[in-house]
Design a protein around this ligand. Structure first.
Ligand SMILES: [Cu+2]
Length: 120
C-alpha cells in the first residue's frame, strides 16, 4: 500500500514537472505589424491568449534567429511559437497561418468550382 502511494506521488510530480515545461512554450495566431530583422525583433498583433494570460494586444517579440523572419512582412497572418525566457518572449518559429493560406488561394484563383472533382 505504501509503495503504491509513493508511486502515485512520483507519477504526479512527474506530471507536474512536464506541465511546467510545456507552459514555457506556446503557439498563437497573429498578424505581423512590423518586421525588424536587423534588430532581431518582430511586432505581432495577437488575439486573446489564455495560455499566456494575455488579452488581445500588439507586442514586440525577440526572435531566436533573424533568419526566421525572412520572407515575412507587415500584415502577414501568421502562426507563431514562443518560448518564455525569464520575462522575455522569444519567437522560435513563424509560419503563414493555414487559414490565411486557404483564403489567399481561394481569392487568388477562383477555382472553387473544381472542388467537386476532387477524388481521394
Ligand atoms: Cu501579448
Amino acid at each position: 500500500m505504501q509503495l503504491n502511494l509513493n508511486r502515485i506521488l512520483a507519477a504526479a510530480a512527474l506530471a507536474l514537472a512536464s506541465a511546467g515545461a510545456l507552459a514555457q512554450s506556446a503557439s498563437a495566431d497573429g498578424e505581423i505589424r512590423k518586421v525588424d530583422a536587423k534588430g532581431g525583433r518582430v511586432i505581432i498583433k495577437h488575439g486573446d491568449w489564455k495560455g499566456m494570460d494575455m488579452q488581445a494586444m500588439t507586442m514586440a517579440f525577440r526572435v531566436r534567429d533573424a533568419a526566421i523572419l525572412e520572407g515575412f512582412k507587415a500584415e502577414d497572418k501568421v502562426r507563431f511559437t514562443i518560448e518564455k525566457d525569464g520575462r522575455d518572449f522569444i519567437v522560435t518559429a513563424l509560419e503563414r497561418s493555414v487559414a490565411a493560406q486557404a483564403s489567399a488561394a481561394a481569392a487568388g484563383h477562383g477555382h472553387s468550382h473544381h472542388s467537386h472533382d476532387v477524388r481521394r
